[in-house]
Design a protein. Sequence first.
Length: 326
Amino acid sequence: MFQIKPKAKSELNINIKKLQEETLLNLQNSKAKNTIRAYKSDFNDFSLFCNKNGFNSFPTNPQIVSLYLTNLSKNDLKMSTLKRRLVSIGIVHKLKGHYLDTKHPSIIENIMGIKRRKGSIQRGKKPILINNLKNIINVIDDQKIEEIKKLRDRSIILIGFSGGFRRNEIVSLDYEDLDFVQEGLKINLRRSKTDQFGEGSAKGLPYFENSKYCPVVSITEWIKISKINSGALFRRFNKGSKLSEKRLTDQTVALLIKEYLKLAGIENTNYSGHSLRSGFATSAAEAGAEERSIMAMTGHKSTEMVRRYIKEANLFKNNALNKIKL
């Protein structure tokens, strides 16, 4: 009969321990950090509701979840938020080894009823279109601040718009991701929301006729003045105009957009970091770009959202009223 020698058994225990550590690490990295953060935040909100009303949040049952969703609907939250909260509650139960039937009739029928009573229209943030983009760049250039700050901010805005980037993709860029070629700038995106396993993708930004609004020219000048030759491309400033080694947060992108829109005299309430991405898609659709070309740049895996941008862009262009002469 085969027997494990003491030494081999000891080595086996060490290997198993390492495997356990690696497995735990894999589980922790199976989802993006922002996704895990959203799960925790959503479940905390559900737990707060349960605590206030004497329910068990974990493990729970479909009837309690249904009451929670009804409570959320009273606060005029979007249907997408309700659905995300439901997913989060289900995922947390699954990760903890408990089953929760999120397709239970008491949940699904309730959601259908909420849709009928409240409607499910998606009110997205406004896109930054060409005119507003130019206004923002003009405002940045007119600011009485150090040139290095102007170049950083204008490069963030122009890169974000021209590449159809998500805000977290903008701030995650490194110097090593850039490849200047004869036609313009090639940007290697190592990871994105729709590429969680890091297969990577590339975006090409050509030179614009008007160099003032050209992202390639702007980023070239930013690299030259910042002297960045490795690591994070967009960084924070310490007191004054001294550039630090710390990478910007994705929230900074949204704050910059709001700040410069306000300075340009544009109401900024309904704009966000996503406005650059949606602005590119809508502007490209208005200019007649094909659906697949827009998706190739934005990285959308589904046509649903891109078609919504195209529909918005064509709202007046293909309007039947244009054929009526009054």
